[in-house]
Design a protein around this ligand. Structure first.
Ligand code: PBG
Length: 315
């Protein structure tokens, strides 16, 4: 076996390789800020003000990172998360600004209510319960407002049943038949999201997300989620988190012939950064290896906070 591992030859026999075009850069846009602030639990990652968003995109485009997923931190929150579908909300403004200056940037928007609701849950709450159907209309309206602003892809992440269908219908009814849906189809109720909740100010005030996000113990269920989303009209499906869920990525890839995204989430990033800070490992090398394993497991696209720091070593 060692014959093909020699320096000159090993490159030719590489089976997969992470490239810049596989990566999606998360961008946190905060309507309340005047200048960027570093996220405490995510070293070297920033929340940026609206006024800096085009600068950030330019920066990434120069590194040949062309795809982005936007998260918004709004200036007001209420019970129903109305700022999520405000035509002058933070995401709607950010998308318009980006697409005006950089039409070549691929802009994906996270469609969810948790950053916009006062209680921090991904749906309408009544008597301590997160309601499914009353949430759907709000999600569809949010997706529509993103499409109107110029988003290239909408990405619902709230794990409400039927969300892909209502978004598809809403977009089609308003002339956005050509806007694809990337669904967070198999999203687990994971502890790996806690740094994100600081980053996006989307922590919840009571309970947990277990009534809508998936049970960590299950994998057959992930296949059912994916199957439903495909039937409802998803164009791209997602598994989230990625690193502790490589088995799920693999099963989905083997079973379904559809573009598959994986979310290398905040906690996965923070763990690498913490160890790097302590001098315990080479953070960049580890990040490269992690992304490669996600790709090897079967992901076509990877949302990752490591994209910028790895851009100089990726093709
Ligand atoms: C919103 C959302 C979350 C993440 C992406 N979209 C948080 C959550 O579900 O609590 C997490 C991303 C990350 O941890 O990097 N629903």
């Amino acid at each position: 076996m060692r014959r093909l591992r020699k320096d000159l030859l090993r490159d030719i026999f590489r089976e997969v390789e992470v490239g810049k075009k596989d990566l999606i850069v998360p961008v946190f846009v905060d309507e309340n800020l005047k200048k960027p602030i570093e996220i405490n639990s995510m070293p070297s990652y920033f929340r940026i003000p609206l006024s800096d968003v085009t600068k950030e995109i330019k920066n990434c485009l120069e590194m040949e990172l062309n795809s982005f997923i936007l998260f918004g931190i709004p200036s007001y929150k209420d019970e129903k998360g109305t700022s999520a579908f405000d035509r002058n909300g933070v995401i709607q403004k950010a998308v318009r600004a980006i697409k005006k200056e950089y039409p070549e940037a691929v802009v994906i928007t996270d469609v969810c209510l948790c950053e916009y609701t006062s209680h921090g849950h991904c749906g309408v709450v009544k008597d301590g319960k997160i309601l499914n159907d009353p949430t759907l209309e709000l999600i569809a309206e949010t997706a529509l407002s993103h499409a109107e602003a110029g988003a290239d892809i909408v990405a619902p992440s709230g794990m409400m049943d039927g969300m892909v269908k209502v978004i598809r219908d809403k977009l089609d009814d308003h002339g956005f038949e050509d806007i694809p849906i990337m669904s967070y189809s198999a999203k687990y109720a994971s502890n790996f999201y806690s740094p994100f909740r600081e980053a996006a100010e989307s922590g919840y005030s009571f309970g947990d997300r277990k009534s809508y996000q998936m049970d960590v113990h299950n994998s057959d269920e992930a296949l059912r989620e994916i199957e439903l989303d495909i039937k409802e009209g998803a164009d791209i499906v997602m598994v989230k988190p990625a690193l502790a869920y490589l088995d799920i990525i693999r099963r989905v890839k083997e079973k379904f012939n559809i573009p598959l995204a994986a979310y290398n989430v905040s906690g996965e990033y923070s763990m690498v950064k913490a160890a790097e800070k302590n001098g315990w490992l080479d953070g960049k090398a580890i990040a490269y290896e992690i992304l490669t394993s996600i790709k090897r497991a079967g992901a076509d696209l990877i949302i990752t906070y490591h994209a910028k720091e790895l851009s100089d070593i990726l093709r």
